[in-house]
Design a binder for this molecule. Sequence first.
Ligand SMILES: *Cc1c(COP(=O)(O)O)cnc(C)c1O
Length: 265
Amino acid sequence: MRSLLKINSNKLALRTFTMSFPQLTAARKSELIENYEDILSQVNAAATSPVRLVAVSKLKPSSDIMALYEHGVRHFGENYVQELVSKAKELPKDICWHFIGGLQSGKCKDLGRDVESLFAVETIDALKKCKKLDAARKSSGLAPIRIYLQVNTSSEEQKSGYTLDNIDEIYETVDYLLNKKECTSLELEGLMTIGSFAESTSDGELNEDFAKLVGLKKTLDEKYSLDLLLSMGMSNDFVTAIEQGSTSVRVGSSIFGARPPRNGH
Ligand SMILES: *Cc1c(COP(=O)(O)O)cnc(C)c1O
């Protein structure tokens, strides 16, 4: 009897969510589900151990997310703090949000405080940002956030991330994250990189950027007795990434279609 009541109230909650934004056409719904299932089967075919598929929904409407949510998808990736905050407010609370966009220090507070079901922040590239995010999360009393350190493995100037020629900076951040007296609301989970376009389109079997991230994982695992996870691979290169050891791929346009330009930026 009790469980029946619970199911009914969940259904009710779902109904209120779907009513706050326009419904999709049946054609769009099945397109999204087909795309997702197609990518998922490619992920599973390439994987020899479990790999998470994060659906990157930046600049796509909440109704798109809701269609995949109703299909059972829970992990979604977003790039802009304000967009994530407003989507998280109107969408179900059991969505596991991944923040994968460039993170400015000034936005750490909003991100840590205003997204209750923030599952992971994958783009930490400075100790200062860890401290700000930890403080915001701590004072909000919400569950800890998983952290991925972003590494600029391709050394492209326009990309953020720690660089491999300044490894002491990475050690300093890891030391902080593992110091549980100081850092109580963040948990180091892994490393993240965005492979360069050149590497993702080259004919070579091995993506050098992904290989560098795997090398760094080995160094850190040994130094700190960890088993870090790896977030690498997007629409263009997720199969290669999985073959090289990725445990989490971030796929956007192959699921949702091309993105509109971002207004005002
Ligand atoms: C946008 C984005 C993705 C998804 O890229 P697609 O090529 O559309 O799959 C993945 N990771 C990051 C960091 C992104 O910004």
